[in-house]
Design a protein around this ligand. Structure first.
Ligand code: B3K
Ligand code: ZN
Length: 861
């Protein structure tokens, strides 16, 4: 496959004014007519090159004249027409096969519903077009379909006409007045139920809101609708951004490559991010829906009104929109807990990416398949970059920068530099060096040293930053970053707090008039997305756990302490030595557990030990068995010492009240279920009975699922009984069945790979459905290090077989599954060889997609 480079960017040869699309929908042969007005864009008589993929070309006419085969050239990638006037009207008729479209890109069918996914390059699978975001046009869309099987016909913008026509067909005409790139085009047609509401904007306009779902799901959309209205209100309050049409549609489909898509006024969603009721969705599902609904809504301004010039600028819309949805969720629920969970995601997904063979800058410089760049780096690190600008500028200046960005660029396709320029011009703060965050890959490592001079009453902090080479980038420059710090006196009172603007490779900051030796709290609120190396003693960490006024730093102290201990235990295990129990750590956790000043969800987070994946990242050579054994042992020590507390709190927090998804109730359940999981460590029959009882009596999915995941790791009849009961209860509910698949794929019990293999042929599984693939195979490969990395290589072989099977069906999903194999450098020689052999097997496969080739070849390095 070809490499596309940012430096090769050229403006389009032609621009488009208006696009008229007519769809005659038939499952296996849909006719698409695309009529568009083109005009030359400062180029002399250049040929027009249109993208197209898997299309059957039926007719082309230019200004009313039918073109013959000698007038153009065409292959399965493009259609080229030479010798064109300055301005012309082109009409192209193609035929496509929605039913046969298993890639779920372009126009496809999900449970019979026609829907589209055009980002990034799916529009070219519908018609020939300059399928790039800097070609913006208004769209008029006519849909003709069978009235009985497709009563609902939707596209972007406003409905102009809807009429019955002959042969039991009907026809709908939609018009979107806002010029948009082709990736924001959408069409939906099917037999769907609809739930409606309205939102009155800040200027008093009434917007009609509709959520379309499959029949029978009408009772599961309340939360999504509430979340949408909350997001609309929040964007007005925080950013002064009002919705710009009178209609906002959301459609939920079961087969979807990602979470959701922000098509102008017609969002298409994975059902996972729309449907929820308390007996089928967990608290995490509710939070996910709230966040994704808001994310897609926020794209209306950051993405749609102002879009990306080219796909290298993807983070312009994604990083910014993730920042906005994180801010929204922080306002809707607990800000510190939101921050902690966002940092956990960053560390679990982005830091490893940045440290491995697939590392790329937030604004990548080259790609083979753009779909491979919808990554944690572009999204989550991209959001951290925006957050750092926010920290450096402050809320007021940041808001001025946003206002200026919209004032300058509304209706345009722009770059990350344009965004930074608006921030700089509005604030007068120089971001020149800061912009290295867009171009340099890798996670900076910042080492902190400090000393206190009693006589001078001065505290000196020295910060040294280092950025390791990443593929294609050997020499790195120092980055500009905000480091938030606090000093605490020995009573735990805060002496000062400050945000340091760090920009040199090594820099010392002095704090004067410090009367006694303080304890320093560093990188509070995770103000910079770095790896911090600070020589804290365990006593200091326990002190910060008990006293830091910054909740993030308090949680971080618990994580650092736990990590420190666990890595020592890993070493002991490797040497065949017994584990040592650290009473002080357990007492520090106990103090946190019993601290009635803290929120329950925060306490629950503090009690959760660093994950196996996080611990693996801290090791030079990863030892999955030692990590698992050490972590289990520490959990047992904690459970032993705090058993009485866990039991009492578990009992106190049980509640018969009806389920509520609000933050306070979520916090209660989170802590209660954390206690329950520790109680389960002892293998005491009375505790097993508690868990089984919670499984059976739960009045909500959060509690039921918490019990089921504990049981799924127990060698007990209760596990099989619960799993069977769960499937019987929920087998008709696809999203709940996904949980059933995941919980089994995550089990640490021996025989898990065989279970996963058997589940592949269970009626509950389908390799064509991305949710099923992610729930079973994705979870096994990403979230079960113990079994995935089995030293006999069986996990790798299974995984590779699935990648190759999927590559023929849905290359985007296949390519996304390759990453775990790319971690080979981090393992022992035996596993390295096994993993590399599988990557080689992938690359050597005939007919491999470009998407999967890019991921596998880069992973081999
Ligand atoms: N913009 C879409 C992602 C499209 C995926 C293309 N492979 C979802 C989002 O970030 O809102
Ligand atoms: Zn997005």
């Amino acid at each position: 496959p070809q490499i596309i480079r940012l430096e090769d960017y050229r403006e389009p040869a032609y621009l488009v004014e208006n696009v008229e699309l007519v769809f005659d929908l038939e499952s296996e042969s849909t006719r698409v007519v695309c009529a568009a007005t083109y005009y030359a864009n400062n180029t002399d008589n250049a040929p027009l090159v249109l993208d197209g993929e898997d299309l059957k070309l039926l007719h082309i006419s230019l200004d009313g004249r039918e073109l013959g085969e000698n007038d153009y050239s065409c292959d399965n990638k493009s259609l080229t027409i030479p010798d064109l006037p300055e301005r012309f009207e082109l009409v192209i008729e193609t035929e496509i096969d929605p039913k046969g479209n298993t890639q779920l890109s372009g126009l496809y069918q999900s449970n019979g519903t026609y829907c589209t996914q055009c980002e990034a390059q799916g529009f070219r699978r519908i018609t020939y077009f300059q399928d790039r975001p800097d070609v913006m046009a208004t769209y008029n869309v006519t849909i003709i379909a069978d009235k009985a099987s497709c009563p609902v016909l939707l596209s972007n913008g406003n409905l102009l006409e809807h009429n019955d026509v002959e042969d039991d067909q009907h026809i709908a005409v939609w018009h979107d007045p806002f010029p948009k790139p082709s990736y924001l085009f959408a069409l939906v047609a099917g037999d769907l139920a609809q739930v409606s509401d309205t939102f009155v904007t800040c200027t008093g306009r009434t917007v009609d809101l509709h959520i379309f779902i499959e029949h029978g799901n009408e009772d599961r959309v309340d939360w999504a609708m509430e979340s949408l209205k909350a997001a609309m209100k929040w964007d007005e309050d925080r950013f002064g951004l009002e919705y710009d049409l009178d209609l906002y549609n959301i459609v939920a489909v079961s087969d979807f490559n990602m979470g959701a898509m922000e098509n102008k006024s017609l969002n298409v969603f994975n059902t996972k991010y729309v449907l929820a009721k308390s007996d089928t969705a967990t608290d995490a599902d509710y939070a996910g829906i709230e966040g994704v609904i808001a994310h897609e809504y926020f794209h209306n301004w950051t993405g749609n009104r102002v879009t990306c010039r080219d796909w290298f600028q993807l983070s312009l819309k994604e990083g910014l929109t993730v920042f906005r949805d994180q801010e929204f969720s922080s306002d809707m629920r607990s800000r510190p807990c939101e921050r902690i969970s966002n940092v956990k995601v960053l560390r679990a997904a982005q830091f490893p990416e940045d440290a491995g063979p697939l590392a790329h800058p937030v604004r990548p410089e080259q790609y083979m398949a753009i779909d491979n760049f919808y990554t944690a780096t572009v999204y989550n690190k991209g959001s951290e970059v925006i957050r750092m600008m926010h920290t450096l500028l402050g809320e007021d200046n940041f808001r001025k920068g946003m206002d200026l960005y919209f004032e300058r660029h509304d209706g345009q396709a722009v770059t990350c530099d344009d965004f930074a320029a608006a921030m700089m011009d509005a604030s007068d703060i120089d971001l020149t060096q800061f912009k290295l965050w867009y171009s340099q890959a890798g996670t900076p490592e910042v080492t902190a040293h400090w000393s206190y001079d009693h006589e001078a009453q001065r505290f000196d902090l020295t910060l040294a930053q280092h950025l390791a080479p990443t593929p294609g980038q050997n020499d790195k420059q120092p980055m500009h970053m905000p480091i938030s710090v606090g000093l605490l006196d020995l009573e735990g009172m805060e002496i000062l707090s400050d945000v340091l603007s760090v920009s040199k490779a090594r820099e010392t900051f002095s704090f004067e008039n410090i009367e006694s030796e303080p304890v320093i709290s560093l990188n509070r609120d995770f103000s910079a997305p770095i790896k911090l190396k600070a020589a804290y003693s365990r006593v200091e960490l326990a002190f910060l756990m008990a006293n830091d006024s910054d909740d993030f730093a308090r949680w971080e102290a618990a994580q650092t302490y736990g990590t420190d201990l666990l890595l020592d235990m890993v070493k002991a295990y490797q040497k065949g030595q017994p584990f040592k129990k650290d009473e002080d750590f357990i007492q520090a956790l106990r103090q946190t557990l019993l601290n009635d000043q803290l929120d329950l969800d925060f306490i629950a987070l503090c009690l959760q030990l660093p994950t196996e994946g996080y611990l693996a990242e801290q090791m030079e050579t990863i030892d999955v068995v030692a990590i698992h054994q050490a972590r289990e042992a520490l959990r047992r020590y904690i459970a032993e010492d705090l058993q009485k507390d866990f039991l009492r709190i578990f009992r106190d927090l049980r509640s018969d009240k009806p389920y509520s998804p609000n933050a306070a109730s979520c916090g209660q359940r989170a802590l209660k279920n954390t206690c329950l999981s520790y109680l389960a460590e002892g293998d005491d029959p009375a505790c097993l009975a508690l868990i089984t009882a919670q499984y059976h009596n739960a009045n909500n999915m959060t509690d039921r699922m918490a019990a089921l995941s504990i049981l799924s790791n127990k060698e007990a009849d209760a596990r099989l009984e619960a799993l069977e009961d769960f499937y019987t209860r929920f087998k008709d509910d696809a999203l709940v069945v996904d949980k059933w698949l995941s919980v089994q794929a995550m089990s640490s019990l021996p025989g898990t790979l065989a279970t996963v293999q058997n589940l592949m042929s269970h009626e509950a599984f389908s390799i064509r459905n991305p949710n099923k693939v992610r729930s079973l195979i994705g979870v096994f490969a990403h979230a079960n290090p113990l079994h995935y990395h089995n030293e006999d290589g069986s996990g790798y072989a299974f995984h590779t077989d699935r990648i190759l099977e999927l590559d023929k069906i849905n290359p985007q999903i296949a390519a996304r599954m390759v990453a775990p194999l790319g971690k080979w450098r981090r393992f022992d020689k035996k596993r390295q060889d096994l993993m590399k052999a599988e990557l080689q097997r992938i690359i050597a496969t005939d007919g491999l997609s470009g998407d999967t080739f890019e991921m596998a070849s880069k992973s081999l390095g």
